[in-house]
Ligand binder design. Structure first.
Ligand code: ADP
Length: 499
């Protein structure tokens, strides 16, 4: 480093404002700005999915980095580099384009060549870094789609002086997605097939896992909350990777995600009907009325409006909600849900809306505008997740004065304090309602408690205030990332040998 800036190559399948499927996109879009403030020079790498609008993001092809050919098995795919600059930063965004992999397909697919799409991306990133002659101190990769990079550095590039001093950091955003593919992936990725044997580095329950190799070969591992860092060491939460993780326990660190308050704050949110703050709180009521109207619900200021924005998958606790539908319908509440995912949940909630249009509104799909409107217009926000690595919406909700009802797990446990418990302790610092058992009764009890306290204006105002005052900006997490980068850099001095 020699006093110069720390060079960080940040690699991800998602980044706001270009491509987002969930929290990963928000995190990667925000991190460069924070790292730059800590004297890092950041290069961001994401795939160039064809739906990313070039003009809107001032994206240009870089002809100087030409002729990149990526082998996948016996085939070769041509890759081109596109570039732009991340707004509000000096970060160069490198968009890796391969027609075969990314044309007419959005971020994740269930297609048979999903493994190939990201093999191409992973290999291309390393080739591009070399072609650009930009030697990173650290390559920070995220979740399974970028999980082969640490392995490639310790195999293909192990004797390459260009990367001899490059450390790697792998961040687990969700261990429930191991990037598990047929063993032929090893061949397609150009890796040594003799390493596929039970318990071997390339074997994961009879398959090949991008995530497992990342856990084995990266210099440091982080995940997105302290509680999740502990949980994933156990069989209940480790998704079959807890054994491996326990061997890397010393190198695993939980760092809570921050929030980009320039995007997620009611004081300056361009998407909402009226801006507001703790001091000018009247705007909140306008947003509620707007949301009720948009959701075809009665405009009733006094009725508790519960919002939810979520991928509709088992992880998010939809089974718990489904089990208490009859009881919810008996209550004088309104529910607005935005999400998409498994057909069983999409259908359930569609039917629920059709049968109870006065109580429930569900929008199946992805809608950024509506997600901001729900944060601003709801009184409560529901996140009954079975597991939650960090969770961002509960943290956004705090800032919007929208009281979270959450299950005590992962990042939800690290950010939400139960109001009832805080009354008992005399601290009165509760900012939400928390339940522990992943059981429908426990969820229903938390909702009942929230609805009861909602009618007590004084207590409710205190909870809202506690939430809105909290600061979960990136600042406090950024220095922790720098520490991890430094640890990874220290490790790079140890000769890189293949395990
Ligand atoms: P996860 O990454 O597991 O999906 P997080 O709570 O960490 O969950 O982040 C979810 C992010 O994705 C939030 O910014 C949320 O607003 C957004 N999001 C999820 N589903 C939708 C949707 N259907 N429409 C718009 N935004 C969504």
């Amino acid at each position: 480093m020699n006093g110069s800036k720390l060079k960080v190559a940040l690699v991800s399948s998602e980044a706001v404002p270009y491509a987002k499927a969930g929290g990963l996109g928000d995190v990667i879009g925000a991190l460069p700005k924070v790292l730059e403030a800590h004297d890092c020079e950041v290069m961001l790498f994401i795939p160039k999915y064809s739906a990313i609008p070039e003009d809107a993001h001032k994206i240009k092809i870089n002809w100087r980095v030409d002729d990149i050919s990526i082998p996948v098995g016996e085939k070769n795919f041509e890759v081109h580099l596109y570039q732009t600059t991340l707004p509000g930063t000096n970060t160069k965004v490198n968009l890796v384009y391969c027609a075969h992999a990314f044309d007419n397909r959005w971020i994740y697919t269930n297609d048979a060549d999903e493994n190939q799409r990201f093999i191409i991306f992973n290999r291309a990133v390393l080739k591009i870094l070399k072609k650009m002659k930009w030697k990173p101190d650290v390559i920070h990769v995220n979740d399974w789609p970028t999980g082969l990079i640490p392995l490639y550095l310790k195999t293909f590039y192990k004797d390459d002086p260009f990367f001899a001093e490059t450390g790697t950091v792998f961040t687990i955003h969700n261990i429930g997605y191991p990037g598990k593919f047929l063993p032929e992936t090893i061949y397609l990725a150009g890796l040594d097939q003799t390493k596929f044997f039970p318990g071997g580095p390339y074997e994961f329950w009879g398959m090949f896992s991008f995530m497992k190799t990342a856990l084995l070969y990266s210099d440091m591992i982080t995940t997105v909350s302290e509680t999740y860092a502990e949980e994933i060491l156990t069989p209940d939460y480790g998704a079959g990777l807890d054994g491996i993780l326990n061997t890397r326990k010393e190198d695993l660190i939980g760092i809570l995600n921050g929030v980009d308050y320039e995007i997620w704050s009611p004081e300056q949110d361009a998407y909402i009907a009226a801006t507001y703050s703790l001091k000018r709180f009247s705007g909140k009521a306008k947003n509620k009325a707007y949301l009720q109207e948009r959701a075809f619900l009665a405009i009733r200021p006094e009725v508790p409006l519960i919002g939810m924005i979520s991928r509709m998958v088992d992880q998010k606790g939809f089974d718990l909600i489904a089990a208490i539908v009859p009881q919810l319908l008996e209550m004088d509440i309104q529910i607005v849900i935005l999400g998409s995912g498994l057909p069983k949940y999409e259908n359930l909630f569609r039917t629920l809306t059709q049968d109870n249009p006065d109580k429930v509104y569900v929008h199946v799909g992805y809608d950024n505008q509506l997600s901001h409107e729900i944060e601003a217009g709801s009184d409560m926000f529901l996140m009954p997740s079975l597991y939650e690595p960090c969770g961002l919406n509960q943290i956004y909700s705090l800032k919007y004065g929208t009281v979270p009802i959450v299950r005590k797990t992962g990042g939800l446990a690290d950010t939400i304090i139960d109001w009832g418990a805080s009354l008992l302790s005399g601290k009165k610092n509760g900012n939400g309602f928390v339940f522990t058992n992943p059981k429908p009764e426990a969820l229903l009890d938390a909702i009942h408690r929230a609805v009861m306290v909602y009618s007590n204006k004084k207590e409710w105002t205190q909870i809202v205030k506690n939430g809105m005052k909290a600061d979960f900006s990136w600042e406090r997490s950024a220095s922790k990332y720098i520490e991890v980068y430094e640890k990874a850099i220290a490790k790079r001095k140890i000769p890189k040998t293949e395990t």
